[in-house]
Ligand binder design. Structure first.
Ligand code: FAD
Length: 319
């Protein structure tokens, strides 16, 4: 088994670089993943996260006034992709395990596949609500909240499988991270309530938190202080994403309920095209990164969204 993320976090005396990538769209090959990773390896990420995306229901027009309901899986392959990254780049990999679309048995099978392939880090996540309904509905026989995945993993770590009669059960040794939201999760009534449920994930055995993206470091610092007051003592890794297009300022705040600071919006609105927006986004993220390093964060975690160029430009100035 490889190194655990929690051990990396506890044993570093400088801020580390890590990033998250999306599995490529169905039909693409592993080169699409290497395309994202190769330019970033120079900055020595000790681990890389790989997201998980559940199937989506789409309605396609087949005739006038007739829609056909189809289930499509746009980005399959998280387990296989994670294994290929681990063995090609010799880094720890953190595949995301989600509630959405999984029964408990399927969750157990996915975890055992990871364990079998030598991966012992996961990020336990509920999964996004489908864009059409915006309401998260768990799979029949699956989990409703990330907390329930954390509990299932902790049982597996003690050798407790779903099938009590299974013989020769071996304990797994997963290190689990969970998501946190400096500006609260969109469905949460307020930040205190969200932190209340976040603490339950930590009390259940999660060892660190990775945050949703934010553009004002004060949101992160305020969140960390509130978590500490609530008794959450684990490392809290800031997640950063550079704005790369004019459309992002509306899209990100609408999709993730994130506040974009006025100063950033004003700089973006001055830009003549998206090349200029990208430059502003990079400068802002560099500034955020440098401040967060001074604040003493163990890792800076960047959301690549499959596009390494701007993350590379940030890393060149920060690491
Ligand atoms: P939960 O912890 O289940 O929380 C969801 C909401 O329910 C919150 O409002 C919380 O306060 C509340 N809540 C929590 N526990 C309880 C409880 N026991 N009872 C009542 N209310 C409760 N999505 C993907 O589809 N794939 C990914 O790979 C992915 N990776 C992500 C990585 C990070 C770092 C982050 C921040 C998000 C990621 N997401 C991903 C998005 C995520 O799935 C959504 O934000 C989702 O809506 C919530 O996930 P969660 O794990 O925070 O859920």
């Amino acid at each position: 088994m490889g190194i655990k993320v929690i051990d990396l976090l506890n044993n570093t005396d400088k801020t580390l670089f890590s990033f998250e990538l999306l599995p490529p769209l169905k039909g693409e090959d592993i080169e699409a993943i290497y395309y994202t990773i190769d330019p970033l390896m120079e900055f020595n990420p000790p681990y890389i996260n790989v997201t998980y995306h559940q199937e989506e229901v789409v309605y396609r027009k087949v005739k006038e006034n007739l829609l056909e309901k189809r289930t499509i899986w746009k980005r399959p392959g998280t387990v296989a992709i994670s294994a290929s990254i681990k063995y090609k780049y010799k880094v720890a990999v953190v595949p995301h395990i989600i509630c959405g679309g999984f029964t408990k048995e399927e969750t157990e099978n996915a975890l055992l596949d990871l364990n079998f392939l030598g991966m012992n880090n996961v990020l336990a996540i509920r999964g996004d609500a489908p864009p059409d309904t915006k309401i998260f509905i768990p799979e029949k026989g699956g989990h409703h909240h990330a907390l329930d995945i954390v509990k299932q993993i902790m049982k597996l770590n003690k050798g407790v499988y779903l099938d009590e009669e299974l013989e020769n059960k071996k304990s797994t040794s997963f290190s689990v991270g969970v998501a946190g939201y400096p500006e609260k999760h969109p469905e949460s009534p307020n930040l205190d309530s969200d932190i209340h449920f976040l603490k339950k994930k930590i009390d259940a055995g999660a060892e660190y938190i990775v945050t949703q993206m934010f553009f004002d470091n004060n949101s992160y610092i305020n969140f960390v202080e509130k978590c500490r007051k609530a008794g959450i003592k684990v490392p809290i890794i800031p997640g950063l994403k550079p704005i790369a297009a004019l459309s992002h300022i509306n899209y990100l705040s609408k999709t993730f309920s994130i506040d974009i600071p006025d100063a950033l919006v004003r700089e973006i609105l001055k830009c003549k095209d998206n090349n200029q927006v990208r430059k502003v986004g990079i400068e802002w993220a560099v500034q955020q990164s440098k401040e967060l390093i001074k604040y003493g964060v163990p890792v800076l975690h960047y959301y690549t969204m499959g596009k390494p160029d701007n993350i590379r430009k940030i890393a060149e100035q920060v690491f």
